[in-house]
Write a protein that binds this ligand. Structure first.
Ligand SMILES: Cc1ncc(COP(=O)(O)O)c(C=O)c1O
Length: 398
């Protein structure tokens, strides 16, 4: 028998073509240099502790024996609290029965791709994109269709760009606002234009709102689901990781139109049975308890963002758009090095600074680095000093 390439033999064709997760690549590379003085500006998670009242609610749940499977879609009190939150904060009325609590919104992305996509379906998403959307679309044999998010217009996904990307195979539009990795925030006008396209073309919209509370300079977040006629065709993806600094608790939720709920529930059950019981009680406390910690964390991100933007603007030749939301900046360093992956790996090895190469977020990230300011001001200051020194060593000022 002829020898077989083992990956071709065992892997599905979708698995064989799924691109690697660039964010993990830099983390793995940095771990090789395991030095105590490595400065991480790569993390997609707040560096704060989960607020105390949330941790206490989790301890209470453990001591009360709430350590078993729950209903697959989540405990009723949490679904009800999420439904009330969506009405109060986002102005949209999804009943508790239309909420599925998931093991982090990343699980939601995977479940939705399985529930919605057939091979050949096209999914419109921004370029750059959050990689899990790209990967899960590819895993279904569907096709990501990338629309440009440009620095010149604040990285917004415009109705015009979406209209240009439509084909008869278009099924779904993914909106991530505030955006990872660009920090762009959609305006109500952008959302209105996209909603009109979705209605006339009969498309579904996935609206990832996980950074909704982290916005700056008076910018406000609008959920496309709250626009007229959109609740029936929008899936809101949200979670507790970013607003409440709960990344390790693995807890998020989806709000779904009636038509999708029962099959999405089946796929979610087949994937995880139910989300972690203890984390559900913690999430309930997050929604029902004081919200002061959320605004305090955002205020701190705002101070750091101003600092990082100012420092980057001082570096000659670096192009940057101040983020309006989330906790990332996405500067263009191509004046120094066009190969962003090389730059990110060189920075780790030579300067002990970890960032993420822009091309990990799609072709529009070429020449860019994603810098997270979910790190202390002290670390950011040290990291940016080292970054600047490294850039000068590549191309000394003229
Ligand atoms: C845009 C976006 N969506 C979803 C997620 C996944 O979040 P979770 O921790 O809820 O799985 C992330 C995490 O970085 C993200 O940036």
């Amino acid at each position: 028998m002829c020898p077989t390439n083992s990956s071709r033999r065992w892997l599905s064709s979708a698995a064989a073509t799924v691109p690697p997760y660039g964010i993990s690549e830099v983390q793995r590379y940095a771990s090789r240099y395991g030095s105590d003085d490595m400065v991480y500006m790569s993390m997609g998670e707040p560096d704060f502790d989960t607020p105390l009242h949330i941790r206490e609610a989790a301890c209470k749940a453990i001591n009360a024996g709430k350590t078993h499977y729950t209903l697959d879609v989540g405990i009723p009190e949490l679904r009800q609290a999420i439904s009330e939150k969506l009405l109060k904060e986002n102005g949209v009325n999804y009943p508790a029965s239309n909420i599925v609590v998931v093991s982090g919104s990343q699980e939601g992305i995977s479940v939705l791709a399985k529930a919605l996509l057939d091979p050949g379906d096209e999914v419109i998403m921004g370029n750059p994109y959050y990689p899990a959307y790209f990967q899960n679309v590819v895993l279904q044999g569907a096709k990501p269709v990338l629309v440009p998010l440009d620095r010149s217009n604040g990285y917004r996904m415009t109705g015009d760009a979406v209209a240009k990307a439509l084909t008869p195979r278009t099924k779904l539009i993914v909106i991530v606002s505030p955006n990872n990795p660009t920090g762009g925030v959609q305006t109500p006008d952008d959302l209105q234009a996209i909603s009109e396209i979705a209605e006339t073309q009969d498309l579904i919209v996935v609206s990832d709102e996980i950074y909704e509370h982290i916005v700056y300079d008076g910018v406000t977040h609008t959920s496309i689901s709250s626009l007229r006629g959109m609740k029936e065709r929008t899936i809101v993806q949200n979670g507790f990781s970013k607003a409440y600094s709960m990344t390790g608790w693995r807890i998020g939720y989806m709000a779904l139109p009636d038509e999708l709920i029962s099959k999405v529930e089946e796929i979610h059950r087949a994937t995880v049975i139910c989300p972690p019981s203890i984390s559900q009680y913690a999430a309930l406390a997050a929604l029902k308890g004081p919200q002061q910690a959320v605004s305090e964390m955002t205020a701190e991100f705002s101070r750091r963002r101003n600092f990082v933007v100012r420092r980057l603007n001082e570096i000659p030749g670096v192009e940057i758009e101040p983020p309006k939301g989330a906790f990332y900046v996405f500067p263009d360093f191509s004046e120094y090095e066009e190969d962003d992956r090389k730059l990110a790996l060189d920075l780790i090895r030579e300067a002990h600074v970890v960032t993420v190469h822009g091309s990990a977020f799609g072709p529009a990230g070429k020449g860019h680095l994603r810098i997270s300011f979910a790190a202390s001001q002290e670390k950011l200051s040290e990291g940016l000093d080292r970054l600047e020194a490294h850039l000068k060593s590549i191309r000394p000022p003229a």
